[in-house]
Design a protein around this ligand. Structure first.
Ligand code: PMP
Length: 441
């Protein structure tokens, strides 16, 4: 029997994530296909992808190598349980991934998303301290403006108010470092800003307040993406590392955006020369083609789990789809492209051109800051009086109308194109964006 209340128009039934649903459905934007650097919209327009989807399609879209690997994997082994059983491709992928990781990071736990990677990392940190007999270490330190996905752990350590305010009281025992956006001191700086490393010292205040014996880990994005490309000042991450070492707290880098080549090395940890104890990843891991995440952990943590008391040796955590064979196949094929086409160094090769092109927009009216590193940048626009977000949204919709996909948060336009980008695409991207900003008075 059909349910009369189900007779909805073609857009009604889908509850879209992180979208103003009512507004969207009045003027929908739909993407029906993609290839390389471009999407095709449902009205057959070519849209240059300025954001690698959602920071994830680092090798560009609909790569035939990935398609073939996925199809073949489904034919060969579509699914296998990963509890008490294994399948070879997950082991192969973990080894390949570790070969790209910073020295000393040698174990990989598979998840299905960035949010799951974050929650997994937090649980690893808690369990690590318990196994070592320090069960009092249960607190976490995140950072204002941090985005760590939407699990309860992730929104607790995260620092974006909209993602937290409806869901309290959240995980008890979290503190937040101040964010590192200092437009007053660092506006229009290129690469890592000079001022603000001292903000890392605030971790000492948090330790002084709670005592290190209660703190399990500190989690930060080495470069905050979702907050609008907020970069760490030179020396900031190293100071966090030093303070964590001093007090036996673990340091977690959330590299869901920065992992897999965004800033010029496989990981930002390598690019910025600071090695954390745990790295969370997703997105570029499988080029966005199949959902997958991975948590990388250091030898120190691995050894603790492997040599701990017998009753604690099992990590009571995992997902039905951890190390899903089809996701593993997609990730291996993605790594194959990244390695063959040397995409992890693309941000070094084109970074200067990208940076110069971004900063050429500095002279435009209403541009209050430009931030960039590697192949990621933000154009930070002044808000209209009493109407925060209005100008940004207008720039976003007008760019889309003119064939360019950008990402907008408030009045910040974020750019993170696929790493296969060429100079001509960079010209098109900033050419369109500059025209649009000039028209959005
Ligand atoms: N961490 C960071 C740093 C992210 O940028 C994101 C997603 N943008 C996540 C976690 C969450 O990833 P997912 O949406 O795959 O759960």
């Amino acid at each position: 029997m059909s349910n009369p209340s189900n007779n909805k128009t073609h857009m009604d039934a889908y509850w879209m994530p992180f979208t103003a649903n009512r507004q969207f459905k009045q003027t929908p934007r739909l993407l029906k296909s993609a290839k390389g650097m471009f999407y095709t919209s449902d009205d057959d327009r070519q849209i240059l992808d300025g954001t690698a989807g959602l920071w994830c399609c680092n090798a560009g879209h609909s790569r035939s190598e990935i398609t073939q690997a996925v199809a073949q994997q489904i034919e060969t082994l579509d699914y296998a349980p990963s509890f008490q059983l294994g399948h070879p491709i997950a082991f192969e992928l973990a080894n390949r991934l570790v070969s790209h990781a910073p020295d000393g990071i040698n174990k990989v736990f598979f998840t299905n998303s960035g949010s799951e990677s974050v929650d997994t990392a937090l649980k690893i940190a808690l369990a690590y301290h318990r196994i070592r007999g320090e069960a009092s270490r249960t607190r976490f330190v995140g950072r204002e403006k941090g985005y760590h996905g939407v699990g309860f752990g992730g929104i607790s350590v995260g620092g974006l108010v909209n993602n937290r305010k409806m869901f309290g009281p959240l995980l008890p025992g979290t503190d937040h470092l101040p964010h590192t956006l200092r437009i007053d001191l660092n506006a229009f700086s290129r690469g890592l800003p000079k001022h603000g490393a001292d903000l890392a010292q605030r971790l000492e205040d948090i330790v002084a307040l709670h005592d290190a014996s209660t703190i399990a880990a500190v989690i930060v994005e080495p470069l905050q993406g979702s907050a609008g490309v907020v970069l760490p000042a030179e020396g900031y991450l190293q100071t966090l590392r030093d303070i964590c070492d001093k007090y036996g707290m673990l340091l977690i880098f959330d590299e869901v955006i920065t992992g897999f080549g965004r800033v010029g090395n496989c990981f930002a940890s390598q690019e910025f020369g600071v090695t954390p104890d745990i790295i969370t990843t997703a997105k570029g891991l499988s080029n966005g083609a199949v959902p997958m995440g991975a948590v990388f952990v250091s030898e120190k943590i691995e050894q603790t789990f492997m040599t701990g008391p017998e009753e604690m040796i099992e990590f009571f955590h995992g997902y039905t789809y951890s190390g899903h064979p089809v996701a593993c196949a997609a990730a291996l094929a993605s790594l194959g492209i990244y390695e063959r086409d040397k995409l992890f160094s693309k941000a070094h090769q084109l970074g200067q051109y990208f940076e110069d092109s971004a900063h050429a927009l500095a002279a435009l009216e209403h541009v209050r800051d430009i931030r960039n590193y590697g192949l990621v940048a933000a154009i930070d626009l002044e808000s209209r009086e009493g109407k925060p977000g209005e100008r940004g949204y207008e720039v976003f919709t007008e760019c889309f109308r003119r064939g360019l996909l950008v990402r907008v948060t408030g009045d910040i336009i974020a750019l993170s194109p696929p790493l296969i980008i060429e100079k001509s695409h960079i010209d098109q991207l900033f050419g369109t964006l500059s025209e649009v900003i000039a028209t959005c008075k």
